[in-house]
Design a protein around this ligand. Structure first.
Ligand code: 5CA
Length: 441
């Protein structure tokens, strides 16, 4: 993509409404714009990151055996009356009336909707287990939407729902999601610690929140110091194996959110306990028959007996993750994207677009890299070098390749790694080989 043609409305000044660094940088880097309180448009650069985050979430869900569906954003109120949550949910639910005076709502979550689908389609124990997920916009009329997409009113969530015949099956489904989550966040380069958590309006008695420690986090959390030295899993997981021993291993260190932490009962001595703030990027729940019983999601067992389905639900804050990734990866000059979610692999800066030789060298390199499948944002604008460097640092692509008259004369380009600031001159062929070896097309 040529920057001269790209829609990238950068802001020079820090927007006054943004209180945390990720919100500031998302606005300054032209990733999002606010539409109304807690509701945002995603601009090209932001959307590319959102899609890459979504793709990692999707790959790890698929790998674990969950199947993707797509449910609507608007749901009928009757479904929520069946579960009893229509009145309980309170003001956080955005209620809508259609032209026929039918009561609808913009879904804050989908337990009811998916339970109705499975209830109508699955009648026999032979058709279980199942785990269905979707990646869809949600709406929660938060009292205090804040911090940009971190706590929005409209936000993108991956939510999965498992259906099993008994509690043991439901725990197997829970364990699979637990490991899918460890892998998902690890692939994004994030240290997300699974912590025992309260179940809130979703219900149930077993739940973990996946928490990234950050000073700007909204939750108060407590965990054993050993967690901070643990390398969080990205290794292979055999989803057909019994994951319970491994689950025990990964939950052996104490970690709990403020809602469930009880200092009087905490098993960890004070000198080994870390009290911190964290960002919740995912939460998983086991709630048994809370929805299946009132909604009649039952199947016939082997002896013809009725079995109410054992359920769990599993959420990832996809849009929140984009902000969380920035909280975890930035410096004074801007964002530093991990390669796995970067909007472009590298930024190509032509220092002298007016110089015919520089232009030809940069155009040729751009075409070669693009042809090899490397995503490149090519700064071909007539701007000062300082402005170009500042813009590239702000948007945080993992690598910058700089072309100037000196290098062109010598047949080299300069490679700058955004994270370390390390610079090196490379022959053009070596650069292309390196980029294509790292990212085979
Ligand atoms: N149905 C269950 C699991 S599928 C559920 O709704 N869980 S949740 O309430 O914990 O939400 C799942 C994830 O969505 C959270 O872990 C969080 O990362 C994200 N999330 C929740 N509320 C917001 C919000 N207001 N803005 C951005 N992300 C949010």
């Amino acid at each position: 993509m040529r920057l001269s043609q790209y829609f990238l409305p950068l802001l020079r000044e820090n927007p006054s409404e943004a209180q945390i660094v990720s919100h500031r940088l998302m606005l300054r880097a032209g990733m999002i714009r606010q539409s109304s309180a807690g509701i945002y448009s995603w601009l090209p650069l932001g959307l590319r990151v959102l899609k890459r985050v979504e793709a990692i979430v999707r790959e790890e869900q698929d790998r674990s055996g969950a199947q993707e569906i797509l449910m609507p954003t608007l749901q009928p109120a009757e479904l929520w009356r069946e579960s009893g949550r229509y009145d309980d949910y309170g003001k956080e639910m955005l209620r809508i009336t259609d032209r026929h005076e039918r009561e609808m709502l913009y879904g804050p979550t989908n337990e009811e909707q998916v339970t109705a689908i499975v209830r109508d389609a699955i009648k026999s124990y032979r058709d279980l287990p199942k785990n269905l997920y979707h990646i869809q916009w949600k709406f929660r009329d938060e009292v205090r939407p804040r911090f940009g997409v971190m706590r929005g009113r409209e936000f993108l969530m991956k939510d999965a729902y498992s259906f099993d015949l008994d509690a043991a099956g439901a725990k197997r489904a829970y364990n699979k999601m637990f490991f899918a989550y460890l892998r998902t966040f690890a692939r994004m380069g994030l240290r997300a610690i699974p912590m025992r958590a309260e179940t809130g309006p979703i219900g149930g008695d077993l739940s973990h929140e996946f928490i990234i420690l950050a000073e700007t986090g909204e939750s108060e959390v407590f965990c054993e110091r050993a967690w901070l030295e643990t390398d969080i899993l990205a290794e292979e997981v055999d989803y057909d194996a019994d994951l319970e021993p491994r689950f025990r291993h990964w939950t052996r260190h104490y970690a709990a959110t403020g809602d469930v932490h009880d200092p009087a009962k905490c098993p960890v001595p004070a000198d080994r306990l870390v009290t911190a703030r964290g960002i919740e990027v995912g939460q998983i729940f086991y709630f048994g028959t809370k929805y299946s019983r009132p909604m009649g999601a039952v199947v016939a067992g082997p002896g013809g007996e009725e079995i109410a389905l054992e359920m769990g639900s599993y959420g990832v804050g996809v849009s929140r993750l984009v902000a969380a990734l920035i909280e975890a990866n930035h410096d004074d000059n801007g964002i530093i994207w991990p390669e796995s979610v970067a909007p472009f692999r590298l930024g190509l800066i032509n220092l002298r677009p007016a110089d015919a030789k520089c232009r030809e060298a940069a155009d040729t390199l751009y075409a070669r890299l693009a042809g090899a499948g490397v995503s490149v944002l090519y700064d071909d604008r007539e701007e000062s070098p300082g402005a170009k460097f500042a813009a590239m640092d702000l948007i945080g692509l993992p690598d910058q390749v700089i072309i100037g008259p000196r290098g062109v004369a010598a047949g080299t380009v300069e490679l700058k790694r955004r994270r370390t600031g390390e610079r090196q001159d490379l022959p053009v062929d070596a650069l292309v080989a390196r980029m294509t070896a790292e990212f085979p097309s």
